[in-house]
Design a protein around this ligand. Structure first.
Ligand code: NAP
Length: 293
């Protein structure tokens, strides 16, 4: 039997409605500062979505766009300014940023109470201790999806493919907090398929289209595809100067083959992606409350 498709769009929309109801009643309104460095096209798309979400939720937003040659000192100065600005409740540094900037140093500079992406060392440290304040947005969105579909990971074997600080590692910590048994795989893992085939829950956050095929999945597993692989273009310019929509992103899982074997599966697009934006708005609300304490 084919897997049930996890509808991230629907879940995110319901979640956004409840967060927006609370956010739009705040006085003064919550405010999110967004920082972009350079012109990575996918970042442009993500930031646009985040600004739209702010508008919908009654959150003010302010975008600071540096050119790709900005220095670390320039970006740090802006972060300090946002840290000290009491009207700003959340600061988000859109990644990736140009290689000459030290992304960890910049993330570390963000006031932990305004770290709405949950990527800073304080947020990740608290999460590792099992007591998070602001949870990394994408992993928190994944956990919300599981909760919505009553998919309990307690005592289940969960495999997370990918160990980035923004997805793989914090997701593994959140799963541990729910009493899952967790293994993390990465590019140096031997025989990936033999590990993923044992997983009751398989989470994939790598950035390689169709890395996971049906042979690598256990029958009846829950498969969550976090991968979002874009062609690299924003809107495509046609010969007559008009614009066509860029092709939709593809995930890390071979959806068509794996859906025949899994019990539940997230599509790309329409799975984890919409949850990330809702999760960010939940963190803006949480940051606002933490700052009022
Ligand atoms: P990342 O920082 O590049 O990390 C990728 C991870 O995958 C690394 O840990 C890497 O291992 C591992 N990896 C690479 N090749 C592998 C292989 N052949 N087998 C097993 N593991 C392998 O990426 P990220 O920021 O975590 O993002 C991962 C994916 O999720 C991307 O497609 C990204 O666009 C997507 N994403 C989606 C959302 C969303 O909202 N849906 C949000 C964030 C990210 P090493 O550590 O050994 O290098």
């Amino acid at each position: 039997m084919a897997a049930e498709i996890i509808d991230g769009k629907k879940v995110a929309s319901e979640w956004m409605d409840s967060i927006s109801a609370e956010l739009s009643s705040l006085s003064p309104p919550a405010k999110l500062a967004l920082i972009r460095v350079g012109d990575d096209p996918a970042s442009g798309i993500y930031l646009r979505k985040k600004e739209e979400a702010c508008k919908k939720a009654g959150v003010l937003s302010q975008l600071m766009h540096f050119d790709k040659n900005a220095t670390r000192a320039q970006v740090l100065e802006k972060i300090t300014q946002f840290n000290n600005d009491k009207s700003i409740n959340g600061i988000l540094l859109q990644v990736p940023i140009p290689a000459h900037l030290d992304v960890l140093a910049l993330q570390e500079a963000i006031n932990p109470l305004k770290d709405v992406d949950g990527f800073g060392p304080y947020s990740l440290g608290l999460l590792a201790m099992g007591n998070p304040k602001l949870k990394a947005a994408t992993p928190a969105g994944v956990m919300k999806l599981l909760q919505y579909y009553n998919l309990d990971v307690a005592s289940k074997f969960c495999v997370v493919v990918g160990r980035s600080n923004i997805v793989g590692k914090p997701l593994a910590q959140l799963l541990l907090m729910q009493n899952a048994t967790v293994a993390i795989a990465h590019s140096k893992t031997n025989d990936l398929g033999s590990l993923t085939k044992q997983a009751d829950f398989l989470f994939v956050a790598v950035g390689k289209p169709k890395l996971i095929n049906a042979k690598m999945v256990k029958k009846g597993a829950v498969v969550v595809d976090i991968g979002m692989n874009r062609s690299g273009e924003d809107d495509v310019k046609l010969f007559d100067g008009s614009k066509a929509k860029s092709p939709p992103p593809v995930g890390d899982v071979d959806f068509n083959s794996v859906k025949k074997k899994a019990s539940y599966i997230t599509p790309v697009p329409g799975g984890v992606g919409p949850m990330t934006v809702a999760s960010l708005m939940a963190n803006v609300l949480q940051a606002y409350k933490l700052q009022k304490k």
